[in-house]
Write a protein that binds this ligand. Structure first.
Ligand SMILES: C[S@@+](CC[C@H](N)C(=O)[O-])C[C@H]1O[C@@H](n2cnc3c(N)ncnc32)[C@H](O)[C@@H]1O
Length: 206
């Protein structure tokens, strides 16, 4: 389990005071899915050093990864300048649409936990742009109800196919609670999907 010190806690609270919608990064499902990812990176790719987090939002995943892998150099990429500028207080950053990112230095690992927020064309363009011989970790979910989710998936198999996980190191499913179902009076349960792949010469999504 990740442990957070006072400095980290104060940084996140300052972020929420300046940007009240940052509080949405701290739903239990958000934190659990990020910790799940940090655990996998530590287990499967412990020597990943140069890491880019695409769709980085307020940089909470980048903050958590830095705790798990203290020697890593993390860059945050987002098209929305407000959350990105907050994450820029701690990490390198690039403002823009991830599918147009220009890789200028070598990178060990790219991460995208915002795949449900992108069209398939945006995903494919982002994927094709990943340099060969690079590991990538992607997350998505099956929450079709959220209005911003344009690329939710029906199950892990569909997620892996749509995400072009050809050389798959590992993939899995984590259940999480969405909003309370007031009609049935029970929680809504969704699935989050995650896969680690390795992009080699032949991988291209058409
Ligand atoms: C709601 S947030 C994060 C949700 C995600 N499930 C997570 O927990 O990381 C989605 C972020 O992705 C960013 N985003 C979506 N499409 C993008 C794109 N094409 N390029 C860069 N950032 C993008 C948005 O600006 C936003 O900050």
């Amino acid at each position: 389990m990740l442990k957070y010190d006072n400095e980290q806690l104060i940084h996140w609270m300052d972020g929420i005071r300046e940007n009240p919608d940052m509080v949405n990064c701290f739903w239990a499902s958000q934190i659990h899915s990020k910790e799940w990812l940090c655990d996998w990176v530590k287990s499967f790719l412990p020597s990943a050093n140069r890491i880019i987090v695409f769709g980085s939002w307020y940089g909470v995943l980048a903050d958590m990864l830095k705790i798990k892998l203290p020697n890593s150099q993390i860059m945050c990429v987002d098209k929305d300048h407000k959350p990105l500028l907050w994450s820029a207080r701690k990490h390198a950053y690039w403002l823009g649409e991830m599918q147009y990112f220009e890789y200028e230095t070598n990178v060990d690992l790219v991460i995208n936990t915002s795949t449900e927020h992108m069209t398939q064309w945006e995903y494919d363009t982002w994927y094709n742009n990943i340099p060969v011989n690079t590991y990538f970790v992607v997350q998505g979910n099956n929450d079709f109800k959220e209005k911003d989710h344009v690329r939710a998936c029906n199950g892990l198999t569909e997620f892996r196919e749509k995400s072009n996980i050809v050389n798959c190191l590992h993939s899995g499913v984590l259940e999480y609670e969405g909003p309370w179902d007031k009609i049935e009076n029970k929680p809504t349960v969704y699935e989050r999907y995650m896969a680690i792949g390795f992009k080699d010469n032949n991988d291209r999504k058409n």
